[in-house]
Design a protein around this ligand. Structure first.
Ligand SMILES: Cc1cc2nc3c(=O)[nH]c(=O)nc-3n(C[C@H](O)[C@H](O)[C@H](O)COP(=O)(O)OP(=O)(O)OC[C@H]3O[C@@H](n4cnc5c(N)ncnc54)[C@H](O)[C@@H]3O)c2cc1C
Length: 491
C-alpha cells in the first residue's frame, strides 16, 4: 500500500502545526491533497509548553482543543477539522519506522509506504531515560517523565494517587523546575536532586539561581545539590525510596525525571549530515539532501546573530520560527528566501514568577534589580542580568518585566547595544537598556539605521513589539487566566 504527497511533515508537534499554518497561508491558491503530516501522537499538533504549566494545574486548567497550535501565538486554532477543511492529510498514531532519503520514501508502523517530493523533518526530541545514564526504574508505576500528553496524564494520575506525599524530582533544569512548581501547587512535598552547583546551570548565573532556589524553598521545596540519584528502590512495581550516591535515602511516593532530552535523529543517521546532536541545516533549514528540511528541536542551524555559529535550540519560539522559515523556503521556487535571522528566545513561568531570556549568555554577567530574596520581598520581583561580550550586550535575562522592558532587552540584544563602560551598566541596569533603546529609536526616526542590517531600528522595534505582545498575550491566555497559581498574567 502506498501514497504520494508533494510535501510531507514527519512529526506532529509544535513545529509541524506552525509549518502547516504557514503552508496554507502561502498556498492561498489552494493546495488540498498536497500536504501530509505523520505523527505517532494520537492528537493534532499542540503547544507542548502547556504540559508543564496549565495542564498540571490542580483544577485541570488547559485542556485540548484549547492549546492546539497555533494558540500560543494567538493565531488560528488548528483542530482536526481545520486540517480536514484545508485538505491536509493528518495521519495520527502512526510511527515512521524507517526513511529512505535517496528514494524519498517513508515506511510507517501501519505498513504503509509514503513518498514525498519534499520532506520536512519535525521529529523533535525525546526525554532522556534514567537507564541511559546508568539508573533504573523508568517503568515503575510512579516514575514520570514529561514530553507528551500521555506523560502529562500519567503525571496527573500519579500526583492524584498520593496527595500530600513526597516527590523526588531528578534534575534541576527546565522540566525539573517547572514540574516542581506544579507538584507544589498540587500539594505534594518536593525534593529536587541534581549534580550541579545550582539549578538551571546552563542559563542562570549563581546569583539568579540563588533567588529562584530561595523562592522555591519558601514554597517548601528542598534542594539537594552536587549529588545524583544512583538507584531507585522498587517494591510491587512502585518506587519507595530514591537512593543517592552519597548514601542518603529519600522516601518517595513518586519520582519525576527531567534529566535532559535527545533529538530524534535516528531515522536519518547515515543519510543526512548531523551536528550538535541534531540534523545539520542551512539558513533556509535545508539539510544535506536538497529535498529534506529539518525544523524545531531536531535541527542544528546557523544563528546569524552569533556569527552563524550552528546551534540546536530546544525552545518553542525556535520551533515556530524555523518551521515557518522552512515552509517559506520550500515553497519558494525562485530560491530568493534568505537565511533565517533568529534571535534566541526562551522563557519560563513558575508560581507567580515569569522570566524571559534573549541572545547568548556569554561574556561578563552584569546583574541588576533586587536579587536578594527574602520572604518579605516584593511579590512581584524585578531583576535580571545582561551579558556583555566584546563591549556589547550579547544576552539579557529579565524576571518580572513589563512588555516594554522585554521589548527593550530583546532590542538591545538584537542591536548588540554598545557598553563603553560596564560600571555604568552595572549602576543603571535595566534603565541603561531602556534609555539606549529610546535614543536608538529616536536616531532611527531621524534617518539612522540600527546596527543589525539594513532595517531601520524603529521598524524592527515595531516588529519585535508586535511579536512580543502577541506571544505575551497568548501565554497569558492559557497559562495566566487558566492557571493563575502557576503563572501570573503580567500585563
Ligand atoms: C513539558 C515541556 C515544557 C516546555 N516548556 C517550554 C517553555 O516554557 N518555553 C520554551 O521555550 N520551550 C518549552 N519547551 C520546549 C518546546 O516545547 C519544544 O522546543 C518544542 O515542542 C519543539 O517542537 P518540535 O516540533 O521540534 O518537537 P515536538 O513538539 O517534540 O514534536 C515532535 C513530534 O514528532 C513526533 N515524532 C517523533 N518521531 C516520530 C516518528 N518516528 N514517527 C512519527 N512521529 C514522530 C513526536 O511524537 C512529536 O509529536 C517545553 C517542552 C516540554 C516537553
Amino acid at each position: 500500500m502506498g501514497r504520494a504527497f508533494a510535501y510531507v511533515i514527519l512529526g506532529g508537534g509544535v513545529a509541524a502545526g506552525y509549518a502547516a499554518l504557514e503552508f496554507v497561508r502561502r498556498r492561498s491558491d489552494g493546495a488540498a491533497g498536497e500536504l501530509c503530516i505523520i505523527s505517532d501522537e494520537t492528537v493534532a499538533p499542540y503547544e507542548r509548553p502547556a504540559l508543564s504549566k496549565g495542564y498540571l494545574s490542580p483544577e485541570g486548567g488547559a485542556r485540548l482543543p484549547a492549546f492546539h497550535t497555533c494558540a500560543g501565538a494567538n493565531d488560528q486554532l488548528l483542530t482536526n477539522n481545520w486540517y480536514r477543511e484545508h485538505g491536509i492529510e493528518l495521519i495520527l498514531g502512526t510511527k515512521v519506522i524507517s526513511v529512505d532519503v535517496r528514494r524519498k520514501t517513508l515506511f510507517t508502523s501501519a505498513g504503509e509506504t509514503i513518498s514525498y517530493a519534499t520532506l520536512i523533518v519535525a521529529t523533535g526530541a525525546r526525554a532522556l531515560k534514567l537507564e541511559e545514564i546508568g539508573g533504573n526504574g523508568s517503568d515503575a508505576e510512579n516514575v514520570c517523565y514529561l514530553r507528551n500528553l500521555e506523560d502529562a496524564d500519567k503525571l496527573i494520575r500519579v500526583m492524584r494517587s498520593c496527595p500530600g506525599g513526597d516527590a523526588v524530582v531528578i534534575g534541576g533544569g527546565y522540566i525539573g523546575m517547572e514540574c516542581a512548581a506544579a507538584l507544589v501547587a498540587n500539594n505534594i512535598k518536593v525534593t529536587i536532586v541534581f549534580p550541579g552547583k545550582h539549578c538551571m546551570e546552563n542559563l542562570f548565573t549563581p546569583k539568579i539561581a540563588e533567588f529562584y532556589e530561595n523562592y522555591y524553598a519558601s514554597k517548601g521545596v528542598t534542594f539537594i545539590k552536587g549529588t545524583v540519584v544512583s538507584s531507585l528502590a522498587i517494591s510491587s512495581g512502585k518506587v519507595t525510596t530514591a537512593i543517592l550516591r552519597d548514601g542518603r535515602r529519600l522516601p518517595a511516593d513518586m519520582v519525576v525525571v527531567g534529566i535532559g532530552a535527545r533529538a530524534n535523529t535516528a531515522l536519518f543517521e547515515g543519510q543526512l549530515v548531523m551536528e550538535k546532536g541534531g540534523i545539520k541545516v542551512s539558513g533556509q533549514m535545508r539539510t544535506s539532501d536538497a529535498s529534506v528540511y529539518a525544523v524545531g528541536d531536531v535541527a542544528a542551524f546557523p544563528v546569524k546573530l552569533l556569527g552563524a555559529e550552528v546551534r540546536r535550540l530546544e525552545h518553542v519560539d525556535c520551533a515556530r520560527r524555523t518551521a515557518r522559515h522552512a515552509v517559506a523556503a520550500a515553497l519558494d521556487s525562485s530560491g530568493a528566501t534568505g537565511d533565517i535571522d533568529y534571535l534566541p528566545f526562551f522563557y519560563s513561568r513558575v508560581f507567580a514568577l515569569s522570566w524571559k531570556f534573549y541572545g547568548d549568555n556569554t561574556g561578563k554577567a552584569v546583574h541588576f534589580g533586587d536579587l536578594d530574596f527574602s520572604a518579605s520581598s516584593s511579590s512581584k520581583p524585578k531583576f535580571g542580568a545582561l551579558w556583555v561580550s566584546a563591549g556589547r550586550i550579547a544576552g539579557a535575562f529579565l524576571e518580572g518585566g513589563s512588555p516594554e522592558e522585554y521589548e527593550a532587552i530583546a532590542h538591545a540584544v538584537r542591536r548588540g547595544t554598545a557598553v563603553p563602560d560596564v560600571a555604568v551598566l552595572a549602576r543603571q541596569g535595566l534603565a541603561f537598556i531602556v534609555q539606549e533603546g529610546q535614543s536608538g529609536a529616536a536616531r532611527s526616526r531621524s534617518g539612522g539605521l540600527c546596527g543589525c542590517g539594513n532595517t531601520p531600528s524603529y521598524a524592527w522595534h515595531a516588529t519585535v513589539g508586535v511579536a512580543a505582545a502577541v506571544s505575551i498575550a497568548a501565554f497569558a491566555y492559557w497559562y495566566g487566566w487558566k492557571a493563575p497559581y502557576l503563572a501570573k498574567r503580567d500585563f
